[in-house]
Design a binder for this molecule. Sequence first.
Ligand SMILES: C[S@@+](CC[C@H](N)C(=O)[O-])C[C@H]1O[C@@H](n2cnc3c(N)ncnc32)[C@H](O)[C@@H]1O
Length: 260
Amino acid sequence: MSDFQQRLSNLDIGLFDKIPSQSTDHDRASLLACELAVGELVPGFNYLEIGSYLGGSIQPYLMDDRCERVVSIDKRPESQPDARGYDWVYQNNSTARMLELLREAAGSVDKITTIDGDTASIDPASVGGRMHLCFIDGEHTDEAVFRDFRFCLDVLAENGAIMFHDSQITYNGIAAAIKYLEDKGTKFHGYILPNLVFVIEIGDFPIHRHPRVMERLVDNHNAYLYSLQDVDKYRRFATRFPFGFLRRALIKVRGTNVSQ
Ligand SMILES: C[S@@+](CC[C@H](N)C(=O)[O-])C[C@H]1O[C@@H](n2cnc3c(N)ncnc32)[C@H](O)[C@@H]1O
């Protein structure tokens, strides 16, 4: 087994060390667990990512011999809308900078295809092949996440998986994706991995059976509690003066706090 595969099997989050990534340690371990499981199911798999910034989440795929192709889609806007209600700014955000960092981290960037743009304007055919694992980490709005999901479905192999980052922010988009699959009668499984990685397996793609994924799935208190505590600020906001006072007054008038 190569040194890389050994480190991947151990979910060594040091594999993310060379380029900063917008993810927690638990997220990194979950992403590695999925990469490991997909590589064992489909040696020679293809990975597509929407939202790459500096390439932090791409780096372990570049070093992975079981990953044949990496496709990175990034619109690289000056600022991006966000479901939390304020725009996010990623400075010095360019494909050239990402490729430079990835070249330094992994030696070669030959297997990457980069596409500048968003999934509203990109033809799925331009991806040029079927993907087995997708990661959605672009614009963090419900609409964009659902649109990115539809795009991933269009380019996914018959059996594959789609991962969503920051699911505590984009949960409505993820819920729309789940409803879409239910309405279509598509076979799928959906679950959360710590802290914030939501996974949808499409068709027959049981990466959850891999022991490294399963152990994280079983301990998904690290996802549930982390997510709720992250959004707890909104509850604190809604209960503090004057909003809390007004809500309590309305509830009292309507009697909606009374069980009979
Ligand atoms: C959270 S960062 C990605 C972080 C990266 N995945 C990592 O873990 O290191 C979000 C990225 O999404 C890109 N982005 C913003 N809006 C987008 C859109 N509509 N479509 C595609 N990418 C977008 C931004 O340019 C930015 O690079």
